[in-house]
Design a protein around this ligand. Structure first.
Ligand code: ATP
Length: 515
């Protein structure tokens, strides 16, 4: 990629026109002050970063700009004129387009129908003229590198292709601003590179991009200016020489973050907690063997789509196994459901936390204790929930993980995305299973909490828990693990330990072909 950051900084220094100004936006939900006063200025053609800890208010301000939520105060100006953004339709008419993490398409429709949703369509004798529409969209699809046919059903597309369709949708609407929320969260390294090249192209053509992410490397690489939110306020807009990683971290957390001291990692020689041999579910998992010892943190690296989450789902009983065997603490283990797996001593944090792990309308305390009733009943003879105990234990975890909430009774659905994630992790800190499987444990989690979660995982292992961590971030596994396995096309192809266990070796092994 060419040096987008330098180019975009140059563009800004040439005083590109201000497209959007949001000034002193305030928003409360009941007693929760989500935005206490945030301001943001976006110029045409700039890639502008938006950073902040979990719960700092990033999603809320995006919802205000998108016309999904009404602010209680403040003003929004576009091209210097005060505007009202009361509906998503108005936001789109003003040139603002939004690509959220949960990509919103109508699954039964084609790519073209989804792109054109809500727009007036060309007609021919009263019929929608799809052939003419396709002709109009084709050059835009080619520009972003969308190879899938426009008449394919969106259901069949990969996450990366979904992103491209979303960008096409924005360009068809003549977007002047595209807001991208954690864009690389589900993309492989190659797909992310492709997205960066598209962002570069958008920036050159004068489209502003608001890039919201916890991944500071990407922010540093792509953005010429970055606004930081802290606790519902915009606390800094960094650019030029002030835009350094240290300044960003300081603006996000209000101080320096202690790095995880990476102690010398030794081979773990405790007894085997989980052994897996020949485990299969075709076509994604093609015969996997490994053993995980008590006290060990074992990482599984690889590309998105290599079969790692599918492997985890087989272990915790969410999917049926086609072949192979497992043992937990030396005893044959073949769970037919996640609840059976939990009952036998397994814990898991799935990749899709919102849909698979949380009851969003239930309280934080309920969600934390859901797998954990034996710890909070009064006595085995009197199996009634001790609500005081439940509250105290939940409060401890809220403190340890710095979960941002106004109390243990708050419904989990009202927490920010990253804080919801911490609740699922907190659940297993309370239960302390023999084996804990974490699929992308720090995705969407801010830099402070990431360190805290890493520290907690190491502490759990030090107490004897066996931990399996799946991560697509090659930096995360060497920081955290005693040993790393790399999975390619449904098979474990490499084991990395000691000096060999580094970022480059993981990337290299991830791209090697499976036999
Ligand atoms: N519908 C709601 N009801 C009550 N509180 C809410 C609601 N939506 C958001 N909040 C609160 O507003 C605050 C800001 O949340 P927001 O989702 O904007 O944070 P964020 O910066 O996007 O966090 P993350 O990085 O975790 O996604 C949080 O304290 C959150 O709990």
């Amino acid at each position: 990629m060419t040096d987008l950051k330098a180019e975009s900084a140059k563009q800004n220094s040439e005083e590109h026109a201000v497209f959007l100004e949001a000034e002193n936006i305030v928003k409360s939900y009941g007693g929760v002050h989500a935005l206490k006063g945030v301001s943001l200025t976006l110029r045409a053609g700039e890639v502008h970063g938006l950073v902040g800890a979990n719960g700092a208010g990033k999603s809320t301000v995006i919802k205000v700009l998108a016309g999904l939520t009404r602010a209680d105060g403040g003003r929004i100006r576009i091209d210097g004129r005060d505007v009202e953004v009361a509906t998503p339709h108005q936001a789109s008419d003003l040139g603002m387009n939004f690509i959220h993490q949960e990509l919103a398409f109508i699954p039964s429709m084609t790519v073209m129908e989804n792109i054109m949703l809500g727009l007036p369509k060309k007609t021919h004798f009263g019929w929608v003229d799809w052939a003419a529409i396709e002709k109009d969209i084709a050059p835009i699809a080619a520009r972003v590198g969308l190879k899938a046919s426009l008449s394919t059903n969106v259901k069949t597309l990969s996450t990366a292709e979904n992103w491209l369709v979303n960008i096409c949708r924005a360009l068809v609407r003549k977007a002047r601003l595209i807001v991208m929320d954690e864009p690389t969260a589900s993309l492989s390294a190659n797909e992310a590179e492709r997205l960066f090249a598209i962002i570069e192209d958008l920036s050159r053509s004068g489209v502003a991009v608001l890039y919201v992410s916890h991944r500071l490397d990407e922010i540093m690489r792509l953005c010429s200016r970055v606004t930081a939110f802290r606790d519902g306020r915009s606390v800094a807009c960094l650019e030029g020489e002030t835009l350094t990683r240290e300044n960003l971290v300081e603006a996000i957390v209000g101080g320096a973050v202690e790095p995880l001291v990476r102690e010398e990692r030794h081979a773990i020689d405790g007894p085997v907690a989980l052994s897996v041999s020949g485990l299969k579910r075709l076509p994604r998992v093609r015969g996997v063997d490994f053993s995980l010892r008590k006290g060990e943190v074992l990482g599984i690296g690889g590309l998105v789509g290599a079969g790692r989450s599918e492997l985890a789902r087989l272990i915790y009983g969410a999917d049926r196994v086609d072949g192979g065997k497992m043992e937990l603490n030396g005893i044959p283990f073949a769970p037919r459901s996640p609840s059976e797996a939990v009952h036998k001593g397994l814990g898991f944090v799935p990749e899709e936390r919102r849909s698979e792990a949380l009851l969003l309308t239930k309280s934080l305390a309920f969600n934390m204790q859901i797998a954990n009733l034996s710890n909070i009943i009064r006595s085995p003879a009197l199996p009634l929930i001790d609500y005081r105990k439940r509250r105290t234990k939940s409060e401890e975890i809220i403190r340890d993980l710095a979960i941002k909430t106004d109390g243990v009774d708050t419904p989990v659905g009202r927490l920010s995305g990253g804080n919801q994630q911490k609740v699922v992790i907190g659940r297993w800190l309370l239960r302390r299973p023999d084996v804990l499987i974490l699929d992308e444990p720090t995705r969407g989690v801010d830099i402070g909490a990431r360190g805290e979660i890493h520290r907690l995982i190491r502490d759990l292992a030090a107490e004897g828990m066996a931990v399996l961590v799946i991560s697509s971030e090659p930096d995360e596994l060497p920081d955290l693990c005693d040993r790393v396995l790399v999975m390619v096309e449904g098979l474990i192809t490499r084991e990395l330990t000691g000096e060999e266990m580094n970022r480059n070796a993981i990337i290299e092994a991830s791209y090697a072909q499976a036999s």
